[in-house]
Design a binder for this molecule. Structure first.
Ligand SMILES: [Zn+2]
Length: 155
């Protein structure tokens, strides 16, 4: 299924480490949160600048629902920093990083990447998807090694 050009998600290694840590901390339950940052003018790249943890109000190892107050706070933070919503992340404590039917049904925006952290492997397996009511499609994403930003700042 080709839905046209898609923005590539650029995820700094240290932000990935943060959300993996959150996923481990919230075991046995699923964790959830938002990845916010900036999309370039041509909408080719979405640079993640911040992970915003949300509260999983389900307290469940097999599903999540973002608690509304934490969601509202996150949206205020993004508005104040002028950040775009780039991705929604959640963890799968005991299953592969493949969207569940609930993940698809609950996804309201098919332009936002859904990142899933599977804790069935060590290190955890990460995958990114676009979700539609009856299907899902792999999203392009890259981990930005910390050393590359160090080089950037040293030059
Ligand atoms: Zn899920």
């Amino acid at each position: 299924m080709n839905r046209g050009n898609r923005t590539v998600l650029l995820l700094p290694e240290e932000i990935l480490a943060q959300i993996i840590q959150q996923a481990k901390t919230e075991l046995p339950n699923e964790c959830c949160g938002l990845l916010a940052g900036k999309i370039d003018a041509n909408r080719l790249q979405g640079q993640v600048l911040q992970a915003i943890p949300l509260i999983n109000e389900r307290d469940s190892p097999i599903e999540y629902a973002s608690e509304p107050k934490s969601m509202l706070k996150a949206y205020h933070l993004m508005r104040d920093k002028n950040y775009d919503l780039l991705a929604i992340y959640h963890s799968h404590p005991t299953s592969l990083p493949i969207p569940s039917w609930k993940d698809r049904v609950n996804a309201t925006d098919s332009d936002v990447v859904h990142l899933i952290i599977s804790l069935t492997t060590d290190p955890p397996t990460i995958s990114c998807w676009y979700l539609y009511p009856c299907s899902h499609e792999a999203a392009l994403w890259y981990i930005q090694p910390k050393s590359s930003t160090d080089l950037h700042f040293n030059s």
